[in-house]
Design a protein around this ligand. Sequence first.
Ligand code: SF4
Ligand code: SF4
Length: 115
Amino acid sequence: MAIVITDECINCGACEPECPNTAIYEGAVDWKYSEGTSLNGNVTLLNGKIVNADEEQQPVSDEYYFIVPDKCTECKGFHEEPQCAAVCPVDCCVPDDNHVETEEELLAKQQLLHK
Ligand code: SF4
Ligand code: SF4
């Protein structure tokens, strides 16, 4: 499953540079699928959603750092454990019950993001 940042976040920014998928953004910041990935143009995600990787997307949160579920692989393919959770000083990077995925699905996502 993806990782989610809770409202206990203190906006320290420590997690953002650690993400191998550029899935973490500061609150209220627009983001793109193409940032930190090899995606460009129209892309069909594994969940069937078609997105334009170069288009700016709405922030997931306006108040706290947030994780884009479509870009989070729980660090599979890069690290043994979620790097955001490892560095977060207040332990607010937790499993996202709304985005549950198997290890195979996470690895397939990692390959899609970095093919
Ligand atoms: Fe990024 Fe890994 Fe955290 Fe997901 S678990 S947001 S891939 S650092
Ligand atoms: Fe928020 Fe934790 Fe990231 Fe700091 S490391 S910005 S507290 S989620």
